[in-house]
Design a protein around this ligand. Structure first.
Ligand SMILES: N[C@@H](CCC(=O)N[C@@H](CS)C(=O)NCC(=O)O)C(=O)O
Length: 232
């Protein structure tokens, strides 16, 4: 049995984290038996990040490593139908969304004062009321420090939007008129793209990025279709 540890659902998504939603949807697609352990606290995870899985005594962190592990365990290749060229594009799209676009979403949630009020309530309401202000201030400071270190935190919202909206347009170009990124059926990159783009419009207070995505009909229908096909 596999145990998948993820952050609890929030803002209408199965998990607060698009990486956790990705791992959850991939596990479901392989047909492997698994149970979910919801945790708000990543500190016990090997990389202090979620998701992670525990399988027969082995702990595997990181959604990409989880993907490799479950593909081997279930003898299931998410990209079986893809050519080498498509696999290259799929990996590039995945990296763009997970290592660049994701940080724009985090900034919209954690650096935007109006959204931060909702994030605080959604993620940290279990913390005792007396300690909550001190703990949430420190967690926010740490998150903003990470954004600054990564680099995206040094941009204004408009500059961030310029970069992140181009990522969305790249996804739209790869999608074209197909139901999923590489054809009629979802492949690995869809398991990143759908939760990641959905996370960016799930922020309760609209941002330049969420308004832009909501105005893109092709992307919005892709996200509806993706939710239907991939989500539990
Ligand atoms: N590369 C990792 C990224 C996972 C990740 O960034 N998780 C975030 C939530 S979206 C996290 O747990 N952050 C906790 C922290 O940075 O303290 C993956 O693919 O799983």
């Amino acid at each position: 049995m596999i145990t998948l540890t993820i952050y609890p659902e929030s803002f209408g998504e199965p998990s607060a984290s698009p990486f956790c939603t990705k791992a959850l949807c991939m596990l479901k697609a392989t047909g492997l038996a698994f149970q979910i352990d919801e945790s708000p606290d990543p500190r016990k995870a090997p990389k202090q990040k979620l998701p992670m899985i525990e399988h027969d005594g082995h702990i595997i962190p990181d959604s990409e490593q989880i993907r490799e592990h479950i593909e081997a365990a279930a003898d299931h290749d998410f990209n079986a139908s893809l050519s080498d060229e498509q696999r290259g594009i799929a990996d590039a799209v995945t990296r763009m969304l997970e290592e660049h676009f994701y940080f724009a979403v985090v900034a919209d949630r954690w650096a935007n004062d109006a959204n931060w009020e909702h994030v605080k309530k959604a993620f940290f309401s279990d913390i005792h009321a007396l300690l909550r202000p001190i703990i949430t201030r420190s967690i926010r400071k740490q998150a903003l420090g990470q954004l600054n270190g990564q680099g995206i935190g040094r941009h204004s919202e408009a500059e961030r939007f310029g970069r992140a909206s181009r990522d969305v347009l790249s996804v739209k170009s790869v999608l074209g008129d197909k139901p999923f990124l590489f054809g009629d059926a979802p492949t690995a990159a869809d398991y990143t793209a759908v939760p990641m783009l959905r996370a960016s419009i799930a922020t309760p207070v609209p941002t330049m990025l969420s308004d832009f995505i909501r105005s893109e009909d092709k992307i919005m229908s892709y996200l509806e279709r993706g939710k239907e096909a991939l989500y539990p």
